[in-house]
Write a protein that binds this ligand. Sequence first.
Ligand code: PXG
Length: 464
Amino acid sequence: MSQPTQTRVTSELSTSALQAQDKSHHFHPFTDLHSYAQSGGRIITQAEHVYIHDSEGRKILDGMSGLWCCNLGYSQPSIVSAVTRQLQTLPYYNSFFNCSNNAAVALANYLAEVTPKSFNYFFFTSSGSEANDTNIRFVHRYYDLLGKPEKKQIISRKNAYHGSTIAGASLGGMDMMHEQFIGLPYVHHIQQPYWYKEGGDSDADTFGVVAARTLEQKIDELGEKTVAAFIAEPIQGAGGVIVPPKTYWPEIQRICDERDILFISDEVITGFGRTGAWFGCESYSTRPDLITFAKGITGGYQPLGGVAVSDRVADVLTAGGGEFAHGYTYSGHPAACAAGIATLDILINEQVIDYVGADIGPYFGKCCRELAEHPIVGEVRTIGMLAAFELVRDKNARERLAPDGQAGLFCREAAIGNRLMVRAVGDTVISAPPLICNRQEVDLLIERLVRALDATAIEYGVSV
Ligand code: PXG
């Protein structure tokens, strides 16, 4: 092997040198690999509290909590020391072959306290995608053990996001992803509850019921005897922060109650306080049988995901004989679990979830909803610390700006230019700031977002 010629201490490199090395050797997720290889990207070098810094020395307010995960911001020394202590004591051991470790035991017990009452068993993974693969394995195993092996089909929704492994992407309903691989044949997609885009002339509440009933129709079409589960995010995150009409979830729950299917609530984004409750299913009073979690469980400090298993499912899994032939090297990784425990400690000791539910969430929601007055904003959707802004040319006609998707990207770039990180999903600008933001930080977020919206309106010839 030849001696390395380049320095590995990348913090000493200039931005252009870092960009050159990055675009030459690093393939990025969800990125145009051709254009990235030409242009390179933005290098983030450090972060503190609710701010990230780039290699050009710009301090950017993080309106996306990293990627919906750094819910407690970037300065939590107790998580760092919990992980450090764990790495010094037991950096790794597996959870296979009848072994366990203190951190995984403690986290599973802790989760039994904070999840809805009927959830008492937890399976750990390293990501939300792996957790949804695990869900499919649990669901199929559950019905096999019940002597109903023909129940294999899973119903999901168009424009859902459930991860990027083959199973996660199959469960997801993103057209762009499905165009690039062959989805699992037993996964089917129904209408999403996206009133603003698909509601037509009907009012939101009527549309909510119509969208929910497509689940009932799909169960009938496939045959209830063959359907195993329905999976959904309480609020579609990557799909554009789609807060459903208030009629939607009660109707879905009614259908799940009446039919012999399991309901999986994918709470990778909505779990651990994002909506102002511990879990999104509590915000909407639904009763899932399985909950997918990841992201917020460690505030992004370690990769950790998993599945919360309700008594209904766990009783069958533990009663049946035979090995459950599924698991990952890093299931129950001690350092990741230590980060999870320290994160739950902060959520509880600092009453973060009450703060989101009763204080900063309503304040953030109010400030965001005021932007519905902006000439380029057709609709604002919020819940807890989640918000979506639909960019339009004509509010009354819900007419989009042309070409589709460009204004969202323009607005995102304008926001970054104003030192605010947000995300664009087509022409929907979305924000999911850290749960620990104070009111001044929310005000700053709104101020910078308004500047970006103004710039977008000017660029697209909508008078401000
Ligand atoms: N389910 C949901 C609801 C998610 O939001 C996953 C599963 C997959 O988790 P992992 O840890 O495997 O990434 C997610 C992840 C975006 C974006 O563009 C959203 C996610 C991931 C990457 C990008 O908004 N959500």
